[in-house]
Design a protein around this ligand. Structure first.
Ligand SMILES: *Cc1c(COP(=O)(O)O)cnc(C)c1O
Length: 465
């Protein structure tokens, strides 16, 4: 029996809210028993939910700024977060809720505990929301975080410019994330979290998520993993011991590229040296209801619908795109105009052993390890002849698009040193290992022979010049 500490009018809404939550929990439990593809197709939008929305077989787009309430008691109960409601689209929205539940189920697939998600307007806002709450001073001198230097340019700028330079936080860079000793040496009692990208953009570096998670937990802090490049179809860091997963949902979870979006997905009951109990109990919900409400990085509901639509085929797309990418990597690896290829799927790659252990196509119906290994559809390579040759090759491309984008169904190339990693400067690039002749390639869903042919003619052009 609930304590009778609210007036009867409010209490009635609390009880109605408990029934609503129980109905949804039932649906969530039902879906947690389904396979990955089934979850990607249905999320928690079941038959009852469709009938409550005039039979709409797709999750409806709630393009409304706010929710109307039955009366003042209903409004008060909702705004005090005493019952499920959405109130105002900066705080919550039913369409976002469908996406959050789907992402929590996919990222939590195979994880025995509870998982929640908070979606945001971009990957960067997700990374900011996921890291900022831990970076509060609590009187014992300067605080620090330990971060893999092999990371996305935007993340580098957040850590280096906003956190280190503007706020004086000691950001300790791990230069080789495969070296556990380096992580260990940088952690101390003032470390608030560990952060790594798996695999990294654009260097495709990997790290042993299980071992680094253990190190975090020994120090009472969370491990945060950016697993944008892998997606839950190939890697689910929560199952490997990570506490919080961040995504740029703008990428492979949304191959059509109709929007940008982000997500923070966290297990319940995380470790932290700071923050209120709510933060530790259900981090994603805490972000959504409190810091998310105050900072305001809410996703547009129409964007959430684009993502939901694209997610339905996530597993089969990551399977196809990874296979295309491996073929392209093997081609580039033997090309005379290419001096190095970075792709964890290549047997000689420094991350191959760890990636082969951790990255698997989910629900791949095979007993053989090698049949289920998939490494995603991002690779990078160095062109013989330095920066000028890389630019000439780039300008020679006839089908592959030139854009600072990845995760697409269309093949896209970038030169990180003049685009995504331009603003961090030469010193920052050398820390992150971004040479001037590096090309990042997002391998799309075109026939791999056509992708290879375009790369080959662009590389041949170098010899003729
Ligand atoms: C693109 C990207 C981000 C940033 O996401 P946005 O949606 O562009 O804000 C973060 N991490 C990785 C690995 C990325 O590729």
């Amino acid at each position: 029996m609930a304590e009778q500490k609210y007036p009867p009018g409010i209490q009635a809404y609390i009880e109605r809210g408990q029934q609503m939550a129980a109905t949804e929990a039932k649906q969530r439990t039902l879906m947690r028993r389904k396979r990955f593809d089934t979850i990607a197709v249905h999320g928690i939008y079941g038959l009852e939910a469709t009938l409550a929305h005039q039979g709409s077989i797709n999750e409806p787009a709630f393009l409304s700024s706010a929710q109307h309430f039955e009366n003042s008691d209903h409004m008060e109960a909702a705004l005090a977060y005493l019952m499920p409601s959405w109130a105002y689209s900066r705080i919550a929205n039913p369409t976002l809720h469908y996406l959050e539940e789907t992402l929590a189920l996919l990222e939590g697939y195979g994880f025995p505990g509870e998982v929640s998600c908070c979606v945001t307007a971009s990957g960067m806002s997700a990374i900011f929301l996921a890291t900022n709450p831990f970076l509060v001073e609590e009187g014992q001198g300067p605080i620090n975080c330990v971060v893999s230097s092999k990371c996305y340019g935007g993340s580098f700028m957040l850590f280096n410019e906003r956190y280190a330079k503007e706020r004086g936080i000691d950001v300790r860079w791990v230069k080789d994330p495969l070296d556990l000793g380096e992580w260990e040496n940088l952690v101390d009692e003032q470390t608030r979290f560990l952060f790594g990208e798996m695999p990294s953009n654009p260097g495709l570096s990997v790290f042993d998520v299980c071992a680094v998670a253990q190190l975090a937990h020994q120090n009472g802090i969370p491990l945060i993993v950016d697993s944008t490049v892998a997606t839950p179809a190939l890697l689910r860091p929560l199952c490997l011991g990570a506490d919080i997963v961040v995504h740029s949902v703008s990428k492979s979870m949304n191959t059509g590229g109709l929007t940008i979006a982000g997500a923070v997905i966290a297990r319940h009951q995380i470790l932290s040296l700071v923050g209120p109990d709510e933060l530790k109990e259900n981090f994603a919900l805490y972000l959504k209801l409190l810091p998310g409400r105050d900072f305001g990085p809410a996703l547009n509901p129409l964007s959430a619908l684009f993502v939901l639509n694209d997610l339905h085929t996530l597993r089969s797309k990551m399977d196809l795109l990874s296979q295309n990418c491996l073929q392209v990597a093997l081609f580039l690896d033997q090309h005379s105009e290419v001096t190095a290829v970075y792709y964890p799927g290549l047997p000689a790659d420094s991350g191959h052993v760890v990636a082969s252990r951790l990255m698997r196509l989910v629900d791949c119906e095979s007993d053989s390890d090698t049949v289920s290994q998939r490494y995603g559809h991002l690779l990078s390579f160095r062109v013989r002849g330095g920066a000028a040759a890389a630019r000439l090759f780039f300008d020679n491309l006839q089908m592959i698009l030139r854009a600072t984008d990845l995760g697409r169904i269309k093949s896209i190339a970038t030169i990180p040193a003049i685009s995504t990693h331009q603003q961090q400067g030469e010193q920052g690039r050398s820390l992150a290992d971004i040479p001037v002749d590096l090309v990042r390639l997002n391998v799309g869903g075109e026939h791999p022979e056509d992708i290879i042919q375009d790369l080959d003619q662009a590389l041949r052009g170098l010899r003729q010049s």
